[in-house]
Design a protein around this ligand. Structure first.
Ligand SMILES: NC(=O)c1ccc[n+]([C@@H]2O[C@H](COP(=O)([O-])OP(=O)(O)OC[C@H]3O[C@@H](n4cnc5c(N)ncnc54)[C@H](O)[C@@H]3O)[C@@H](O)[C@H]2O)c1
Length: 333
């Protein structure tokens, strides 16, 4: 099969290798000319300095990528998704399947990527939508280390056909799910909790505190998944708790590392300057803060993280705010 990957960063280029390993023809589109040259001329991953298959091609020409296949794998940061989809919609001449692999929620609107796609891509250009998500550091998938993901769609025939496209017998096993909302939301909220876990680590709060924040963070993932209309069981699967486990204490996670730097006292401006790649969790905290206000949701951990990051609340005040909440029994609801 032919697929076009939109965004050839850490994850997009890695999925390019996976798809070529699985016998597909792949073109990657990216705005970064250097990445395109690195892939086409050196056959090296733009971030990991590891070889890529010679047959994996890249382009700066969006039209070329759109004409190449009927399947568009969206691997750009959520913050550029709406504007990029607008450009794609204007350029499309035929219907496409959209497979989102980014993990975020739009800050101003609290919308999921599937909602943005449905809003922006006209009906005659939208053949179907799926999300591919789960615990996956690109650093490991590029080294062909064992990984399990979930592909979710409202269209189970599409999910099943894509399950076969992305799975292989040596390192990638993909499950299907009909809970598109739960899968999309879990991946975004776990990034927010990973930032908080990193903050606790940077502050040297100890492993007890980190375990507590991660566990109560799972409660917040469940609440958000259900608030959007997703299933509770999905929050406990690969795309929620599974992805949180891989992210929440890993130096491979940009979200965890960004949180750690915040805990160590760095400003977001400094962090963004040093980390050129996508940090979805910080934007997810902003989006979830908006959602909590809109829907009256109780997300105390995400709320204090919002106050620290966006309103300069001293971290000690944030910890006090969490500890002085009314004492209660341990429940998810
Ligand atoms: N890195 C991982 O391990 C991993 C794993 C699973 C999911 N994800 C998700 O995938 C998404 C991308 O993450 P990443 O790690 O690849 O980020 P990245 O910053 O490494 O790559 C993003 C790429 O998008 C490109 N880009 C930005 N704007 C563009 C535009 N308008 N048109 C075309 N290309 C554009 C950038 O040039 C860059 O190459 C995020 O939502 C992330 O949460 C990442």
């Amino acid at each position: 099969m032919k697929l076009s990957i939109i965004g050839g960063g850490a994850w997009g280029a890695t999925l390019g290798q996976l798809l070529v390993d699985n016998g597909n023809e792949v073109v990657i589109y990216d705005i970064n000319e250097q990445f395109v040259l690195t892939i086409n001329q050196k056959h090296v991953h733009p971030f990991f300095d590891l070889p890529l298959p010679q047959t994996l091609l890249a382009t700066n020409d969006l039209q070329e990528a759109l004409a190449f296949s009927d399947y568009l794998v969206l691997a750009v940061p959520t913050k550029v998704m709406r504007s990029l989809l607008n450009t794609i919609n204007s350029a499309l001449k035929s219907p496409k399947y959209f497979i989102n692999v980014s993990k975020g929620i739009e800050p101003d609107t609290s919308k999921r990527v599937s909602e943005i796609v449905e809003e922006v891509i006209s009906n005659d250009h939208l053949a179907g939508f799926a999300v591919l998500t789960g615990p996956s550091h690109a650093e490991e998938v590029i080294r062909r280390k064992l990984t399990l993901l979930t592909i979710a769609s409202k269209n189970m025939a599409l999910a099943q056909s894509l399950q076969n496209v992305f799975s292989n017998d040596s390192y990638m096993r993909v499950y299907t799910s009909d809970d598109l909302i739960g899968c999309e939301v879990g991946g975004a909220v776990k990034n927010a909790i990973a930032v908080v876990s990193g903050m606790a680590t940077g502050l040297d709060m100890g492993e007890n505190a980190r375990a507590a924040l991660i566990t109560r963070g799972i409660v917040e993932i469940v609440r958000v998944v259900e608030a959007y209309g997703g299933k509770r069981e999905t929050a406990f699967g690969l795309t929620g708790v599974g992805d949180l486990i891989v992210t929440a204490s890993s130096e491979n996670s940009r979200n965890f590392k960004a949180g750690k730097q915040i805990g160590l006292g760095k400003s977001m401006a400094q962090i963004y300057q040093e980390e050129k790649q996508t940090i979805e969790g910080v934007r997810a905290i902003e989006a979830l803060h908006q959602l909590a206000l809109k829907k009256g949701l109780s997300l105390p951990i995400i709320e204090v993280a919002y106050h620290v990051i966006f309103e300069e609340m001293p971290i000690q005040d944030a910890v006090t705010k969490l500890l002085t909440r009314t004492l209660k029994s341990e429940k998810i609801d």
